[in-house]
Design a protein around this ligand. Structure first.
Ligand code: URA
Length: 241
């Protein structure tokens, strides 16, 4: 894991926020290896150094992350007032603090990351990191070259113009009743893919997310959760730079 700043370590341990941790350090409430530290700038090695706050040892929570193949007709929430199935119904029994990252529509199936690692969740969703999300949509009709180009350059939907995207027609030819379109986007706006396609006149008949950054849906069965290894999470972080 390597070195990390002391206030960040305390923030991640959950005893207080990162910002408050700076105050704690300044106020002399933090000890590292038996010594009171008031220097905000220091870094520690979480695997070696022992940190106490107000005389109590603190540590990093163990992070767990999973890839999940959300089936159709499952809510991306932890509970549903209407009693519909939610992603929580698929969590491992001993899970604590796990949450789905981002949201897929009730009718959309495909890949979701589930984690208790707040930093990872933020990196996967915040536009600043631009993590790619790949979707496969079956649409009514066949988008023309012109429509595909519009989608690539950006279209106006609720919430503004979409950022440039990769868009390819992968099945269907002129005159077909339906066709298949692959889109790679790095925003995550509500109903984005459905709204993009309907803005050029094509209703989405079914939608599946097939990739998030380096993580692929391929290899998972519907409803399956697979634990991500530390290496895979590290690989993602590395790809973000
Ligand atoms: N775009 C949509 O329209 N729906 C989803 O579930 C995901 C992306």
């Amino acid at each position: 894991m390597g070195q990390m700043r002391l206030h960040r370590y305390i923030g991640q341990s959950g005893v207080t926020s990162r910002r408050k941790a700076e105050e704690y350090i300044r106020d002399g409430r933090v000890m590292v290896n038996g010594e009171t530290i008031v220097d905000m700038g220091i870094s520690i090695d979480p695997e070696v150094d022992v940190v106490f706050v107000d005389g109590t040892p603190v540590g990093l929570p163990s992070h767990q992350s999973y890839l999940f193949y959300k089936p159709k007709n499952v809510m991306t929430t932890l509970s549903d007032p209407q009693g519909r199935k939610t992603v929580k119904d698929y969590f491992p029994p001993s899970s604590t603090g796990l949450k789905p990252v981002g949201r897929l529509d009730y009718q959309t199936d495909g890949l979701i990351v589930v984690t208790n690692d707040g930093e990872l969740a933020a990196q996967l969703t915040h536009p600043k990191w631009g993590v790619e999300k790949e979707y496969e949509a079956v649409v009514r009709g066949v988008p023309s070259h012109k429509s595909l180009d519009k989608l690539r350059k950006g279209v106006w939907i609720e919430g503004g113009k979409t950022a440039p995207a990769i868009v390819e027609l992968v099945a269907g030819k002129e005159g077909d009743e339906q066709s298949r379109v692959v889109l790679v986007i790095h925003e995550g706006r509500k109903n984005q893919v459905r709204n993009m396609l309907s803005s050029v006149g094509h209703k989405v008949l079914s939608l599946r997310r097939t990739r998030i950054g380096p993580f692929l849906l391929k290899g998972l069965r519907v409803g399956e959760m697979r634990k991500l290894g530390q290496k895979e999470v590290a690989q993602l972080r590395k790809s973000l730079g």
